[in-house]
Structures are given as structure tokens and as C-alpha cells.
Design a protein around this ligand. Structure first.
Ligand SMILES: Cc1cc2nc3c(=O)[nH]c(=O)nc-3n(C[C@H](O)[C@H](O)[C@H](O)COP(=O)(O)OP(=O)(O)OC[C@H]3O[C@@H](n4cnc5c(N)ncnc54)[C@H](O)[C@@H]3O)c2cc1C
Length: 529
């Protein structure tokens, strides 16, 4: 029998790779097994059409923890982040709003819609920063253990409570409102202009099967607000070479530390003997052994797919069956012959170098959700567009462009399950183009190729159960000590020697890396590895 590894990581998504790199740098013998031919999971670049490289799924880098970038020396391993300076919202009536890195420029743009909003916008940003500082330590450390009587854990919880207590009273109230309100209601407390509120509200609903008026979505605004590049809150960027460049830099750091990585190596099941994980079985029957097995795939797939209910407490299986995945997003990637202009702001200007939100009003967004609530893709969806080829010419042939369109809503179960996504995929792609055409005439005729990904495709191709982009919704009932289940929020599982390290664990989904790094630290601290 071959010498067992110290750790086998199932899945070469960015979290699995970060976990692997951290363990390998601590001197452990580590093997990563990735099902696809390419590393990165949802953080992947692929040349889908000759000459055109798409960030196939994840398209902006904003949440990646700075301490991980530093610890793994990702810049040395090739990572370059190109900042996005603008959030642009075209309107169907020919007007538009652009929010820039420059506060004065943003103030002038907002004032055209509401002088009052222009005045309060800066204060809103500062308040979110202050509240972000309360939450940030939570996402950079293991989840609190509210029921633990261990003095060290109690001190941690007191620390969080103290930070909240130290806020001025008005801010404490805001914080509590944010934990319970809908994104739209929370923004109503600050602003009057729908043109401003709509594109701001959407970060509350990304990856969830909820509308901007659904209670609980305001907190997610903050989660997305914590993006940091070079220490600037709410900064967004593109990875040079596409989002996959992040994963490849992490993989390079892992390999440099001696980690072995195999692609096209799908794990069929975790080998459990006597209640302990001993290794994995690959789809072809090959058995590989390790002292520790770490799952980098989502919790439902881990427990109900790779481990099996017979090895688990019935209560956990039941929770996994009810874990809210219910994917609600899709992606349309376009290869363009040339770049059409927006009617509302002619010219290929700096407004196109940022992200573009098709979110003209709160009512538009809520109607988009109404369609999804009853099992239909939105007739007019929320679309977040970036055009990476404008900042990074390496991703398209000279003069051509790639356009990445994140789309919501696309419910996993179409028409209550009566229809399938393969039947509806082309129509979904058409809806996205028709919607964009209203703002950017001539787009459809500029399309050379298109890739349309529905929640079903995300499940089939990327292993995301029900197509959920975050391995489980980021709703309050599924965060912190409840993620993925109460009692199992610290990367360990009921199977001895089996750990979890991906987005379905604390602090959650997005290209953040914290679950992978925190899980590795927890394993090393526990001492069995
Ligand atoms: C369409 C889309 C757009 C997104 N946009 C953004 C964005 O702009 N910014 C952002 O921050 N986040 C975004 N996200 C979310 C973010 O990309 C994910 O939350 C994150 O990449 C998940 O990383 P992970 O390592 O936890 O898991 P994954 O990336 O899901 O990695 C899991 C890996 O396991 C592999 N795997 C599955 N089953 C097996 C098996 N049986 N054996 C071996 N390997 C297996 C998979 O192939 C995959 O590589 C987006 C996600 C999607 C889908």
C-alpha cells in the first residue's frame, strides 16, 4: 500500500487550494484532487472560444482576504489585480448614474438625481465602514461559539460584544436594523433616489433566492461591502488573465510548498471505516489514503454525496436536506467582434471600465424576483456586466472584447420542475441579450460567440449543488456558528478525520479564501495532522 498522505483535499477550488497551500507550508504531505481538467472551481479562466478567455463564473475580486494574499505571497506567484474604478447604471430613459472612486465626482453625479442623497452618500459609506469593522474580525477568525463555557471562547464573544458596545448609540441602532431589515428598506432610511438605491441594493441579493425587499438581505450588503484591495473598503478589481489567475497563483504557492495536485481526478466517495475517514475512492476505483480528508466541495455534496447518510447522525442529514442552496443566478459570457456604446453615455469611456448594473429601479428588481418566486427566470433580470478586455487586452484578440454578464434571477427549478434548463437555456441567453440591447443597441449583432450557464449547468459542470454560487445562501440562519449546521461550524465533521474547508463553512462564499485558510489553521491547531 502506498504511503498515506497527511491530507487529501477533495476539490481544487480556491478554498481547497488555500487549505492545501497552508498545510503544505506547515510541512504536511498534501494531495489535491480536482474533478475538472482545470483548477479553480468557480474561480476559473477558460479559453472557451479560440482567443477569448472568460472568467467563466466568478468575475470580480473584492473579498479575497489581504492576509491570505500576503501569507501565500500571491503577487510573487503571478497575481495582479486591476482595480475597477466605476459602478455605472444606465437607465432606459437615456439618463445614467456613475459612481467613481473619486468622491467629489460621485457627489456631482448623484446630485443630478437628488442633492440630498449626494450629501448623505459619503456618510453612508463611512457608517458602513464602521459597521464593517465590527464584522470584519468575525470573517477573519473561526465562528464564535455562543454556547461554549470555555473561558477563551467567552473572551472572544466578549470582544465582539465590546466592539458593538463601543459604537455610538445611533450606530448600534443602525447595526441592529441592518441585521434584520431588507436591503431596500435599509437604503430607504438613507436615500430617496431609486436610481441610486437600486444598484446599491443588489449586493443584498446576489446568490440568494430573495428579493431586495426580503427581510435579512440588508446584512448581505455589508458582507459584500467588505471587499478590500490595498486596504480600501468596497474596492473591486479584476484579476489579470481572468479570475482563474487567482486560483493559479494559489496553486503555484501550494506546489512551491511541495503539494501534489491532480486534475481530472473525480472523487466518488470518502472511505470511512470504523467511523473514521481513511482516504478516498476515485471514480475509476483507485483508492488513496490519508490521515485526514478535507472536503472542498459544498456541504450537501460532502455529506449526502461523498460520505453517505449511513455514516452520519440523522439530524445532520436532515439539516443538509434543508440547507438552503436553491441557486438563483446564471452567467452569460460573450465574445464580441466590437464594443457597442451605451445610449445613455455614448463613447467607450471610463464608465465602461468598471461594473455596469442593469438595475434601474427597486421595482424592477422586485419584479425580477416575482418571476423567480413562481419558478420563472426573470423576464427582465438584474444583470451585472464587466468588460475585462478593456483593462486586460490579454483576454481577447486585438480589437475584440469579452463581456461577462452575471444574471439574476434564474431559479434552479424551472416552472416548478415541469421544464428543464437545457430546454430553457437558449431563451435565457436571449432574454439577457434583449435586456442589454435596450441599453446598448447593436450588442446582439456584435456577438461572435456566447456561453450560457444556468443553475443546472453550474451544478453539472462545477459541482455546485442546485447551482448555488456560495455553496449555500448567505442568510443569517446559515452564517457563523450555523454554517453549515449548528455544532459543525468549525470545519470538523461527525466523521473523525474528515474536515471541511470551502464556501459552505464559515465565513461563507465568494472569492474570499477565509474558509480554506481558517480550516487549515484549525486542523494544525487540533494537532492530529
Ligand atoms: C456564476 C458565478 C459568479 C460568481 N461571481 C463572483 C464574483 O464576481 N466575486 C466573488 O467573490 N464571488 C463570486 N462567485 C462566488 C465564488 O466564485 C465562489 O463562492 C467560490 O469561488 C467558491 O470557492 P470554493 O473553493 O469554496 O468552491 P468551488 O469553487 O466550488 O470549488 C470546489 C471544487 O471542487 C471540485 N469538485 C466537485 N466535486 C468534486 C469531486 N467529486 N471530486 C473532486 N473535485 C470535485 C469542483 O470542480 C471545484 O473545482 C461567483 C460564483 C458563480 C458560480
Amino acid at each position: 500500500m502506498a504511503r498515506p498522505y497527511d491530507a487529501i483535499i477533495i476539490g481544487g477550488g480556491h478554498n481547497g487550494l488555500i487549505c492545501a497551500a497552508t498545510l503544505a507550508r506547515a510541512g504536511r504531505r498534501v494531495l489535491v484532487l480536482e474533478r475538472r481538467h482545470v483548477l479553480g472551481g468557480a474561480a476559473v479562466s477558460e479559453e472557451v472560444f479560440e482567443g477569448f478567455t472568460f472568467s467563466v463564473c466568478s468575475y470580480v475580486v473584492s473579498l479575497l482576504r489581504p492576509w491570505i494574499i500576503r501569507d501565500l505571497d500571491l503577487a510573487r506567484h503571478g497575481l495582479r489585480i486591476l482595480p475597477l474604478d466605476c459602478s455605472f447604471s444606465p437607465l432606459p430613459d437615456g439618463r445614467s448614474l456613475a459612481r467613481w472612486g473619486d468622491p467629489e465626482r460621485t457627489r456631482r453625479e448623484i446630485a443630478a438625481f437628488s442633492p440630498a442623497d449626494a450629501e448623505v452618500y459619503g456618510e453612508y459609506g463611512r457608517t458602513m465602514m464602521q459597521m464593517g469593522r465590527i464584522v470584519k474580525p468575525l470573517i477573519d477568525a473561526p465562528a464564535p461559539r455562543p454556547t461554549s463555557l470555555n473561558p477563551a471562547r467567552l473572551v472572544e464573544i466578549l470582544g465582539h460584544a465590546r466592539r458593538l458596545q463601543a459604537l455610538p448609540r445611533s450606530l448600534r441602532t443602525r447595526f441592529l436594523q441592518m441585521m434584520t431589515m431588507s436591503a431596500a428598506d435599509f437604503l430607504d432610511l438613507w436615500f430617496e433616489s431609486d436610481v441610486l438605491k437600486a444598484p446599491m441594493s443588489v449586493s443584498g441579493i446576489i446568490g440568494t433566492y430573495q428579493g431586495v425587499r426580503s427581510p435579512g438581505t440588508a446584512y448581505v450588503l455589508l458582507h459584500h461591502y467588505m471587499g478590500e484591495i490595498d486596504g480600501a473598503f468596497r474596492a473591486w478589481g479584476l484579476a489579470q488573465g481572468g479570475t482563474g489567475a487567482v486560483s493559479l497563483a494559489i496553486a503555484a504557492a501550494a506546489r512551491a510548498a511541495g503539494c501534489e495536485i491532480r486534475t481530472e481526478a473525480p472523487v466518488e466517495r470518502v472511505l470511512v471505516r470504523g467511523g473514521t475517514a481513511r482516504g478516498v475512492v476515485l471514480a475509476g476505483g483507485e483508492e488513496l489514503y490519508a490521515r485526514t480528508v478535507v472536503s472542498g466541495v459544498d456541504p450537501r455534496l460532502t455529506f449526502l454525496g461523498l460520505v453517505g447518510a449511513e455514516h452520519l447522525p440523522a439530524e445532520l442529514c436532515e439539516r443538509m436536506r434543508h440547507f438552503k442552496l436553491r441557486g438563483s443566478s446564471g452567467k452569460v459570457n460573450l465574445a464580441l467582434d466590437h464594443l457597442p456604446e451605451f445610449t445613455s453615455r455614448p463613447g467607450i469611456g471610463p464608465h465602461m471600465h468598471g461594473d455596469v448594473a442593469i438595475a434601474p429601479s427597486i421595482e424592477y428588481l422586485e419584479r425580477a424576483f416575482d418571476d423567480a418566486k413562481y419558478g420563472e427566470p426573470s423576464r427582465r433580470p438584474y444583470i451585472n456586466v464587466v468588460i475585462p478586455s478593456l483593462s486586460d487586452p490579454s483576454v481577447a484578440p486585438p480589437g475584440k472584447h469579452v463581456m461577462s454578464c452575471f444574471v439574476q434571477y434564474a431559479p434552479y427549478h424551472v416552472n416548478g420542475g415541469a421544464e428543464t434548463w437545457p430546454e430553457r437555456r437558449a431563451a435565457f441567453g436571449d432574454t439577457v441579450l434583449e435586456t442589454l440591447e435596450e441599453y446598448m443597441p447593436g450588442l446582439t449583432s456584435a456577438v461572435l460567440h456566447r456561453q450560457v450557464l444556468t443553475p443546472w449547468d453550474l451544478e453539472q459542470e462545477f459541482g455546485l449543488s442546485e447551482g448555488n454560487i456560495f455553496h449555500g445562501e448567505l442568510s443569517l440562519d446559515q452564517l457563523a456558528f450555523l454554517r453549515p449546521a449548528p455544532g459543525w461550524a468549525h470545519y470538523q465533521t461527525p466523521v473523525a478525520g474528515l474536515w471541511m474547508c470551502a464556501s459552505g463553512t464559515h465565513p461563507g462564499g465568494g472569492l474570499m479564501g477565509a474558509p480554506g485558510a481558517l480550516a487549515a489553521r484549525a486542523m494544525l491547531a487540533e494537532g492530529s495532522l
